[in-house]
Design a protein around this ligand. Structure first.
Ligand code: CO
Length: 297
């Protein structure tokens, strides 16, 4: 990395570094018998300890769930033999580091885990300005199918920007014919998902990840008070775990329902594979320069 990059992307480098440190830390606390809720809180606290904030609630999605599961304050899950996806988002001065890996507590899914890991590694190798998005998708698809699995086609990688965890370009996990080219200076997250199912996710239920939407009048006084707290997330996603530090859970739940109906917030439900196939995921944040510079190594 040259000095120009180090200066210009200092916050992005820092966000990426913290994200990888937290990812590695999570590997030391995930074990059978541990509570999923405790794991989630420890990971998010580690992000804060290192001087950043979660860019989104820690995603700890098990087995057939690809993404968007974060423990509720009432979660009683105990780790046993899950195929656990750990997706860490770190925000440092608005810059975002986004990285994920899969922890296989069952020991039965080595190949599936390797498929998404190799897919992101192979995709990173071809990153440079001018590369077409469909070429990245093809490398991911070819890698995953070479293991006998399917990429999840309706989930994709994405661009990152200040306080924006999902912006253009959308990086496909298969060859989708998108000829848009990568440009120098883009910061992207590549995140292949591999499955032994059909290769698609659907929207599940019981969302616990929310994000601010329209800042418009709210009738209920308590909901209004909660919305004032929500605004402090700068448009980044949050979960009920963030709000129960300040308010009782029952009232939080009621207020969130009102805010959803009034379009003040939107929700992101957990995403199960359509055939309940097992799902693995790996992700890195990359700065597109003369080659791909992995910020979450
Ligand atoms: Co991502």
């Amino acid at each position: 990395m040259n000095d120009e990059i180090k200066t210009k992307y200092a916050d992005w480098i820092k966000a990426g570094k913290i994200a990888s440190e937290v990812r590695e830390y999570s590997k030391t606390i995930i074990k059978p018998g541990a509570k999923l809720l405790g794991i989630g809180e420890k990971i998010e606290n580690k992000i804060r300890e290192l001087g950043a904030t979660p860019a989104f609630p820690i995603n700890l999605s098990s087995d057939n769930f690809a993404a968007h599961y974060t423990p509720t304050p009432e979660d009683e899950t105990i780790l046993d033999k899950q195929l656990l996806k750990v997706d860490v988002g770190v925000c440092f001065n608005g810059a975002v580091g986004d990285t994920a890996y899969t922890f296989d507590l069952s020991g039965k899914h080595d190949k599936l885990v390797e498929a998404s890991k190799k897919a992101v590694e192979n995709a990173i190798k071809i990153i440079k300005p001018g590369v077409m998005l469909c070429e990245i998708g093809k490398v991911i698809e070819d890698t995953i199918t070479s293991y006998g699995f399917q990429p999840i086609r309706n989930l994709s990688g994405h661009g990152l920007d200040l306080y924006e965890i999902h912006t253009s370009p959308s990086i496909p996990n298969y060859d989708n014919n998108d000829t848009t080219q990568l440009e120098k200076g883009m910061i992207i997250a590549i995140e292949p998902f591999a499955t032994d199912g059909a290769g698609r996710i659907k929207e599940g239920s019981h969302a616990n990840i929310f994000m601010q939407e329209q800042d418009k009048p709210i009738r209920d006084m308590f909901a209004r008070k909660i919305f004032e707290e929500i605004k402090k997330f700068n448009g980044l996603p949050f979960s009920t775990r963030d709000l129960v530090k300040l308010f009782p859970l029952n009232r939080v739940k009621l207020a969130l329902r009102q805010l959803l109906l009034n379009n003040n917030i939107q929700q992101y439900a957990p995403l199960p594979e359509v055939n309940d196939g097992m799902v693995s995921q790996h992700e890195h944040t990359i700065l597109v320069w003369d080659e791909g510079i992995v910020l979450t190594k």
